[in-house]
Every structure is written in structure tokens, then in C-alpha cells.
Design a protein around this ligand. Sequence first.
Ligand code: GLU
Length: 297
Amino acid sequence: MSAAPAGPRGAPDVRTRFAPSPTGPLHLGHAFSALTAAQLAEKAGGTFLLRIEDIDRQRSKPEWEQRIYDDLRWLGLEWPEPVLRQSERMAAYDDALELLWRAGLLYPCSCSRADIYQAASAPQEGAPLTGPDGIVYPGTCRPADAPARRTDRRPGGALRLDMARAAGRLGDMPYMETGEGGPRSVAGPAAMMVERIGDVVLQRRDFGTSYHLAVVVDDAAQGVTLVTRGADLAEATPIHVLLQRLLGLPLPWYHHHRLIRDETGRRLAKRDDARAISRYRAEGATPENIRRMVGLA
Ligand code: GLU
């Protein structure tokens, strides 16, 4: 980083975060992400926050959560308590969904994955286009004439964002990205959002919320001014900027860091137990060794 990122509106306060899901062991990629965020905060005299992203109640386990705390403390990281846990935040997600529903921007969707694949692969459609959430939704359930405002009750089940409507109301959505070369503005054109991202699910049938919605609501609640996360999530960022605008939330800056890969160039995943931090610990590695392994020492 050549310049410490200022917060939005030029404020110097850097509040950034590491937001793991307790669904498996933290590996070297997580260590890199957490250490990068902590370093960015430290350099700017700011704050490093931890958030537990456990909206997936099936896959999240208390043991994994405990191991996250243990591993991060062992790495030498500290964060303010209490830690925000997404499973305790359903009321806040509900409020945000309600606002979008009333604004006429959400619609119910009953398509299965197979339905979507089939509709998107119809011969006249060519190869299905994929975006941050997989195949770009072909619009099967999208109402042609949704009301501009809704007063009826928000249904359960899956709700999608009508991207053309949302982007049409807001126009282009530029955001600030920090990196090696210093801060730069990314254009975020509205047309790209419609074509390459499409109608993302914001209320999942199984979770009652979604990753995109929860992240945006929580970054605002935690006063995050700099979102630090891997480059693999960069393509989701325009969705988050759009949601921040729709919900009237402050726009943080974004730092998408490089990914830690294995010898074959593959990005590390939770199943890569061999690179679990706890494994290195058990084998006698020091936090300094880990920093060196991820190129931070
Ligand atoms: N919970 C996400 C993950 O573990 C990260 C979300 C984010 O940083 O925005 O990949």
C-alpha cells in the first residue's frame, strides 16, 4: 500500500475486518487475509474487527468458531469484544429486506437450480452466462409489471432483487478500491450489473437472508470503512455497493488482496486441511513462520 486509505468522505478513520465462516479450519489463505486486514488497520492507526459469518446454520459449528478465535489469537491478533455473529443479526437483515420489498425491488422466485440451468441453456440463449452467484438468472419468475411500491406482506421463501429496476433507479455505481498503486475509483456501470450479475437472491429460502445482504448490513453496523477480503470476492463488490446505495448506508472503500495458492496454482479451500493453521501449529511452526509463508514477513 502506498497510501493509507482514508475512510469514506476522506475521513482518516480506518475500520476494517476479517469475516470468516466457521465451517472448517482456517488455512494459510485465511491467515493472510486476517493479517493483511490487521496490518492495514495498524498502519493507519485504525481498528481491526472480527465478524463470524454463520448464517449457514447447517455448516457452521461452534467447534470451528472456537478454533477461529484460538488460531487468530495465536497469530497475535486482537479485536474488540463482543464479536459480531451473524446468527444473532436476523432482525437487522429482516429490516433491510423489508425496506427493499416495500420499494418494489424484490420478487419471489420458486426456481430450482435445475430450472435455472435449463432456462439459461435453452438453444436460443447460447452458453449460460455466469456471475458471482453462478448462472445469471434468466428472469423466469420476474414480474413484468411489479408495483413501484408494495404494501402487501413480504413472503417467505426465496426473494430476488430486480436488478434492472434497482440499477435503473441508481445509475452507475463507482466505488473506491485501494491497492499497491494507491486508491483508485472503479466505475461499476449499471449496464454491467444487469447483464453480468443479474437478479441475485437476497432472501434465501434456507437462511432467510443471503451472504450479500448480511455482509452489507453488518459492515455498516460495525462502522467498517475499509472492506478487506480476497480477490475472489471482488466480483461481488458491485452488488454490495448497489445494496449500500439502496439501503442508504455509507460506502466503505474496498481492498481485494491476492489469493494464497497451492503448488499447482489452485486457491486454498476449507478442505485443504494440510494447510490448516492448527496443523502447522501442531507441527511446531511459529506465527512468524506463518507470516513468512504467506509473504508478510
Ligand atoms: N465470510 C466470507 C468468507 O469466509 C467472507 C466475506 C467477506 O469478507 O465479505 O469467505
